[in-house]
Design a protein around this ligand. Structure first.
Ligand code: ZN
Ligand code: ZN
Length: 308
């Protein structure tokens, strides 16, 4: 399968001279299995350009279908959808997957961002056939030859990590998540950070342990793990309640799972290309000789896994 990055940034898009190399668009990753259907993970602003490219092929004639797996519905993971050209071409089929909420159906979550006064084209004007599938934590299902598994992450209002197995290879997409040591994030807004060093309550610690074990299991032996590395260690100390990780946290999970390659991902909007180069070099130095390869995701970077 082929993995291509269309957006690698967290929070909001940051075009400009200092972000050109890694790219300023928010989260969007394309997976093209040799023996399976077309898959997109997250619909951040990177999705727009992917949509334009797809329109040059079968999607332009209304003969394409894509499965879109959504980690969670924060803006930086869904804002590209109204600008995804295949959505407005009759005949195309889109299947959107995300975690089930208690209060709002997934279609309403997506449709609301296209409503007046936020956007001129209502979601109902989409010409493509769009189906929504709500997932529960731990769901496993097939998309053709692709086995999809998921587990929950430690993020405000909860995000899902996905693993895709196909073509004799596996990729895990794990963003957004805080580490599993200091704070339990669920369906609430935590205004102030915990005092780092204070252990979580036994009840929270138990939940965090289960979550971490689930993620390590999801990443077990994966050829590629794409992981939230929004913060440096110093930034995390100030904002542990924002639900993001550092490269050190990503290494810890990737090493525990014996993954083969780790892709740093979901970069802070404040991070310049040069700073990101330095973070990549420092992260690689930490695992030199371990057998774990580390890359930093860049827009248009393509990785090939397993059978092509
Ligand atoms: Zn995000
Ligand atoms: Zn988020």
């Amino acid at each position: 399968m082929k993995i291509r990055f269309w957006g690698v940034r967290g929070s909001y898009p940051v075009p400009g001279a200092h972000t050109n190399r890694y790219g300023g668009n928010t989260s969007c990753v394309e997976v093209r299995p040799k023996n399976g259907p077309h898959i997109i993970i997250d619909a951040g602003t990177g999705l727009r350009r992917l949509g334009k490219e797809l329109m040059q092929t079968a999607a332009g004639e209304g003969k394409a279908s894509s499965h879109i797996l959504i980690s969670h519905t924060h803006w930086d993971h869904i804002q590209g959808l109204p600008f995804f050209a295949p959505l407005y071409q009759a005949g195309n089929k889109l299947y959107v997957y995300a975690r089930q909420r208690d209060d709002t159906h997934l279609r309403a979550v997506f449709a609301t961002q296209s409503e007046d006064p936020y956007f001129p084209v209502p979601f109902n004007a989409a010409q493509a056939d769009v189906a929504f599938r709500e997932l529960v934590e731990g769901a496993r299902f097939q998309l053709g030859e692709v086995q999809v598994s998921c587990t929950r992450l430690n993020h405000p209002w909860i995000a899902m990590a996905y693993r895709l197995d196909c073509d004799g290879a596996s990729v895990v997409y794990a963003t957004d998540t805080a580490p599993f040591t200091d704070i339990l994030l669920e369906n609430e807004f935590i205004k102030t950070p915990p005092r780092l060093g204070d252990p979580p309550s036994p009840e929270h610690a138990a939940k965090l342990r289960v979550m971490r074990d689930g993620l390590v299991e999801l990443c077990r032996g994966a050829d590629l793990v794409i992981y939230d590395t929004q913060f440096t260690r110093d930034e995390y100390k100030i904002r542990p309640h924002w639900g993001h990780s550092t490269p050190e946290d990503a290494l810890e999970i990737a090493l525990a799972a014996r993954a083969k390659t780790l892709a740093l991902f979901h970069f802070s909007p404040d991070r310049t290309d040069d700073e990101q180069d330095a973070i990549l070099a420092a992260t690689r130095a930490k695992v030199a000789g371990s057998g774990l390869e580390v890359v930093a995701a860049q827009e248009q970077m393509e990785l090939e896994l397993g059978e092509q």
